[in-house]
Design a protein. Structure first.
Length: 385
């Protein structure tokens, strides 16, 4: 079946925060929320559940746990049991629960920057000490590429560090880490006896020939120290349904996670569960079409930025629908986020929110119709003169 991702979807006037925050004249290319309708099987599953008419406590969570296990085995050869899957109402919630579960107040939580802003706030929210290690970055012409800097990573660990939160694929820089990089991370974490929390919410948004490897799938010993966070929300555009999962194969570690969530974190709602089951079992054709469209959008955006936005360098994302723009050499006065919002009427994410290494960068969401993406980029070009 052919899916038309170019078809406009009117979101102005809906409850979309993406389209409401900046007003009707601004093109929003910021928050990681796509402008495509979710696939029909998800809509049908939710309608079916609604038509039942009763919304008591749900009993489908076991089925979703089984579906997640089947999916990990099929895609990654990773064998997990349903009891290892802990359902949560959101990935940011998961980051906070894990930060709360591991160690004690004052202990260190390490992250690699620049990174999704909740990585920087979750440890502090839970009275932990945030520790950061910058990624390495190389430049080739007008494109940039990030990689793990193992010296910086190891050097940021001290006697208080208990947890490393990995972002793979990495938001905002678009890396899907190689097996060699993941093995290097795992070796350092094992050497220092760190728990790994791997945010893999973007693992199904693989562009071109990119492959994803869960770090817990490297070997059973690494799995024993790893908590993996997954969700259908980014891939199938259902973040508002609030359904995610932590995969925790170590029973002792799993008990810590469930205890940290107990009495505070609500159950996943029944519509979220219904939508997630449908997403993971009935939407492969739509998913394949989406990845082809996003790959073409990435190529379009990178080509346009490198050719028409002077002084700006950009990542070539291997995964996600997020591009990371280095504006440090552009002739832009002040904060580039503020410049493009005021002069181009395009809302991007302010790179400074992703850590110290994000200053004078912006993040651009290309998960939208090609016409919208083109209009936004042309506005940016015009604003730069």
């Amino acid at each position: 079946m052919v899916y038309d991702f170019d078809q406009p979807v009117e979101r102005i006037g809906s409850d979309s925060s993406k389209w409401r925050v900046y007003g009707d004249e601004v093109i929003p290319m910021w928050v990681a929320d796509m402008d495509f309708r979710s696939p029909e099987p998800i809509l049908a599953a939710i309608h079916k559940r609604i038509d039942h008419g009763v919304f008591g406590y749900g009993g489908e969570s076991q089925r979703l746990q089984e579906v997640i296990c089947e999916r990990m085995a099929r895609l990654h050869g990773w064998q997990i049991e349903p009891e290892a899957v802990v359902l949560l109402p959101g990935l940011v919630c998961g980051l906070n629960v894990v930060s709360r579960a591991i160690g004690k107040p004052g202990d260190g939580v390490l992250v690699s920057t620049p990174v999704y802003p909740p990585f920087l706030t979750a440890p502090v929210n839970q009275d932990r000490t945030l520790q950061t290690a910058p990624l390495g970055v190389t430049t080739e012409g007008k494109t940039i590429r990030y990689a793990m800097d193992f010296d910086a990573f190891a050097g940021a660990i001290d006697e208080t560090t208990e947890l490393f939160i990995l972002c793979n694929p990495h938001n905002p820089v678009g890396r899907a880490y190689s097996k060699a990089e993941l093995e290097g991370i795992a070796e350092i974490c094992a050497r220092h006896d760190l728990v790994i929390c791997s945010d893999e919410i973007h693992c199904d948004l693989l562009l071109g020939d990119t492959k994803h490897l869960p770090i817990a799938a490297l070997d059973p010993q690494i799995a024993e120290r790893t908590i993996t966070l997954v969700a259908p929300s980014k891939t199938f555009n259902v973040p508002g349904l609030g359904c995610s999962a932590a995969i925790v194969q170590n029973a002792e570690l799993r008990a810590k996670v469930t205890k940290a969530a107990s009495g505070i974190v609500p159950h996943v709602n029944v519509l979220g569960i219904a939508g997630a089951i449908a997403a993971y079992t009935e939407c492969q054709d739509w998913h394949d079409g989406l990845l082809a469209y996003l790959t073409a959008n990435r190529d379009f955006a990178v080509d346009f930025i490198t050719q028409h936005l002077p002084g700006i360098k950009v990542t070539v994302p291997e995964a996600t629908y997020l591009a990371w723009l280095d504006c440090r050499e552009a002739e832009i006065e002040g904060n580039p986020y503020e410049f493009f919002l005021k002069e181009a009427q395009v809302a991007l994410n302010d790179g400074a929110r992703f850590g110290e290494e994000g200053k004078h960068f912006v993040r651009l969401n290309f998960g939208t119709q090609r016409a919208v993406l083109s209009e936004g980029l042309h506005r940016m070009r015009q604003a730069m003169g």
